[in-house]
Design a protein around this ligand. Structure first.
Ligand code: PGA
Length: 254
């Protein structure tokens, strides 16, 4: 079933103390919130302590990345089972910063998605076009390629266990948000495309998040769109108050 998710991607922010403080404040502000699944994704090194802070609350935690092997000689990497062992339920896979700065390919992302599912984590697959793709009218082509590559050899029942996040690269951290109409058009496209491949039931049940400069002042209008099922929030998730205000967009559904 399609789930509403409000997710915070803290990226490479927060020291240990800051992470505990932020998680504590978010938990306090959102006690009992039940309009959406609430998720925070702190840096790896802060996951275990944040997990203790949010334990038995409505806040879930997730990793920002993982490696596709479960253990072994892979210096500096973290596996799905490690994330699971500190209490993660989710993991972000293929974020545009991983693609652009760390050379992640669709093939690698495909392996990571499978590894996440093997570890019983819910992967949030990120896709999105660059500004030049959009200006050249290539948005759908780029997304299609990312989806085809990332979801290669995916059986239908796996599709029921993943979340997709549409994050136009030109909107990430830039203050430029896609308009609700622009975002809805792409979300509709993604759902239609996946419906052709995996069937209408799976596509209708798929949660598709929007990410890219989501703020309290634009989240209501984005969330009002039929195919926007929640958000992946970067900058605005680092302040408990703005994360809370964005989460409340999910309680104003018409
Ligand atoms: P932003 O980041 O909200 O700071 O634009 C979104 C993301 O990268 O997930």
């Amino acid at each position: 079933m399609r789930k509403t998710i409000i997710a915070g991607n803290w990226k490479m922010n927060t020291t240990a103390d800051e992470a505990s403080k932020l998680a504590t404040e978010i938990k306090a502000r959102l006690t009992g919130f039940n309009h959406a699944e609430l998720l925070i994704c702190p840096p790896y090194i802060n996951l275990a302590q944040v997990s203790k802070v949010v334990n038995k609350s409505v806040i879930k935690i997730g990793g920002q990345n993982l490696y596709y092997e479960q253990s072994g000689a892979f210096t500096g990497e973290i596996s799905g089972q490690m994330l699971k062992s500190v209490g993660c339920d989710y993991v972000i896979v293929g974020h545009s910063e991983r693609r652009a700065l760390f050379g992640e390919t669709d093939e690698l992302i495909n392996r990571k998605l499978k590894a996440a599912l093997d570890s019983e984590l819910i992967p949030i697959l990120c896709i999105g076009e660059q500004l030049e793709d959009r200006e050249a009218g290539l948005t759908e082509k780029v997304l299609e390629k990312q989806l085809d590559g990332s979801l290669k050899e995916f059986p239908t029942d796996w599709m029921e266990k993943i979340v997709v996040a549409y994050e136009p690269v030109w909107a990430i951290g830039t203050g430029k948000t896609a308009t609700p109409e622009q975002a809805e058009e792409v979300h509709r496209f993604i759902r239609d495309k996946l419906s052709q491949e995996f069937g209408g039931t799976v596509a209708e049940g798929l949660t598709i998040l929007y990410g890219g400069s989501v703020k309290p002042d634009n989240s209501d209008s984005l969330f009002a769109e039929e195919n926007i099922d929640g958000f992946l929030i970067g900058g605005a998730s680092l302040k408990a108050e703005s994360f809370e205000r964005i989460a409340h967009s999910a309680s104003k559904e018409s």
